[in-house]
Design a protein around this ligand. Sequence first.
Ligand SMILES: C[S@@+](CC[C@H](N)C(=O)[O-])C[C@H]1O[C@@H](n2cnc3c(N)ncnc32)[C@H](O)[C@@H]1O
Length: 190
Amino acid sequence: MKLQGILPFARSLLTSAINTGEIAIDATVGNGHDTVFLANLVGENGQVFGFDIQKEAITNTTKRLKEQRLDKQVTLFHKGHEEIVASVPANVQGNIKGAIFNLGYLPGGDKTIVTQPNTTIAAVEQLMELLAPEGIIVLVIYHGHPEGQTEKEELLSFVKQLDQKKAHVLKYQYINQENHPPFIIAIEKR
Ligand SMILES: C[S@@+](CC[C@H](N)C(=O)[O-])C[C@H]1O[C@@H](n2cnc3c(N)ncnc32)[C@H](O)[C@@H]1O
C-alpha cells in the first residue's frame, strides 16, 4: 500500500463529503486548482463560492474556469473569507457540504501576502454555522514561513477546544519529514 500524501488526502476528504448538485467553498482561491476541483465535484447543478483578497487570484481563476467551461457553477468574491456569512446567499446557509483552506501565500505571487490566524479562525467559526451536518472543513497548513508558524499554533489551539459534541477534529501529518511539511486539520460538523 501507499500512504496518501497531504494534497491527495485533502481531496479524498472533500470527495467523500461533497456530491453532485451540492454546495462547496474554496476559502483561498489562489491559482484556482482547488476551485476547479470543487467545480468538477459539484457539477453544473451544484455551486462553488470562492474567496481571495488578491485581484490577481480572482482574475486568473476566472480565466481558468472559463477555459474549462466550469464558470457557470462558480461565484468568486474578491473579499476575505472572514466575510463569508455576509457574502453567500441565504439559501446556501446550513447547506454547505465542504470547504477547503489552502493557507499561506499564493505560489508564484507576492509572498508577503499570507493568510492570517485571526481571519482564518473567524472564517472557520462562520463556516461551522453554515455547514450541513457531516459537512467538512479541510485546512492545509503551511508553516515553513514565520507567519505560518504563528498561524499553525493559533489554529491548533482553536481547533483543540472545539466541543466534541459539535465537531470531530482530525490532524493528518507526516512526522518524520524535514523542512516543515504541510499538514491537514479536518473538522467535521456533527
Ligand atoms: C496557498 S494560496 C491558495 C492556493 C489555491 N488553493 C490554489 O489552488 O492555487 C493562499 C491564498 O490565500 C489568499 N488569502 C490570504 N488571506 C485571505 C483571506 N483573508 N481570505 C481569502 N483569501 C486569502 C492569498 O491571497 C492566496 O492567494
